[in-house]
Write a protein that binds this ligand. Structure first.
Ligand code: ATP
Length: 233
């Protein structure tokens, strides 16, 4: 479904990604694990076309999207759920969800999908008119995911869904991720919590200082000595 070939990204003099190769098959949950600053968020931003790519190719469903603008990529079925606090704080929950559908024009479908998000995330339903900035951290994270789902993505890029959240909320969010996966959504999951990510993922990639150093089935990575020492605590 998605194939990244020799992708390199620079921020000024800093080489954040150095010729990474990565592949995601339809229906998979693939996780990207790595230390702070390894380049995980940069990879997601490159795919959703939020930054300039220096070198390499991003192929989505056999189409080269390396130079496509961000809105076109959303229209093609890729949605990015950034780390939770990137929602629009001064807008209501409902407004945020409507904004997630900005590439669509089917009003009835959008309305139905908003109700679907409220079924999936009952906490958001109770707070539909609340300003997003006043939601708890977990609720903001749920809103970030729900907003991404409003574009009806086939590929969902999830950045740090567990960041800073209490264990019970993290479980709630991962149960929803599992349900999305069961419903056929392909997921690229970036997580600091490597144990959790590898428990839900089919496959994983380890990113170190902008390079992929290891890849394999999630079970293999969970029992890999190198991974255990560096990332599984
Ligand atoms: P974390 O887990 O801490 O979020 P990450 O693996 O997601 O880390 P990135 O955010 O992708 O890492 O950052 C990769 C590297 O690029 C880091 O060294 C970071 O400082 C640098 N970087 C990221 N964004 C920018 C930017 N806008 N300008 C300059 N450097 C940046």
């Amino acid at each position: 479904m998605l194939e990244i070939q020799k992708l390199s990204v620079n921020y000024g003099g800093i080489q954040a990604l150095q010729a990474i190769d990565l592949e995601i098959n339809s229906g998979e949950i693939v996780t990207l694990i790595g230390a702070n600053g390894a380049g995980k968020t940069t990879t997601l931003k490159a795919i959703s076309r939020l930054l300039t790519i220096r070198d390499g190719l991003i192929i989505y469903k056999e189409r080269n999207i390396t130079r496509e603008p961000a809105h076109a990529v959303v229209g093609l079925g890729i949605a990015h759920s950034p780390e939770g606090r990137r929602i629009l704080a001064r807008q209501t929950v409902l407004d945020n969800l409507q904004l997630g559908a900005y590439t669509r024009s089917d009003r009835l479908g959008i309305k139905a999908d908003i109700e679907q998000q409220f079924l999936t995330f009952p906490r958001l339903a109770e707070r539909r008119d609340q300003l997003a900035g006043t939601l708890s951290g977990g609720e903001q994270q749920m809103l970030a995911i729900a907003r991404a789902l409003m574009s009806r993505p086939q590929l969902l890029l999830l950045d740090e869904p567990s960041l800073g959240l209490a264990p019970a909320i993290v479980r709630e969010i991962f149960t929803i991720i599992q349900k999305l996966h069961d419903a056929g959504v392909t997921i690229l999951l970036v997580e600091q919590n490597a144990t959790l990510a590898l428990q839900y993922a089919d496959r994983g990639y380890v990113l170190e200082a902008g390079r992929i150093t290891l890849t394999g089935a999630a079970g293999q990575l969970l029992s890999n000595d190198q991974v255990r020492k560096a990332y599984l605590g």
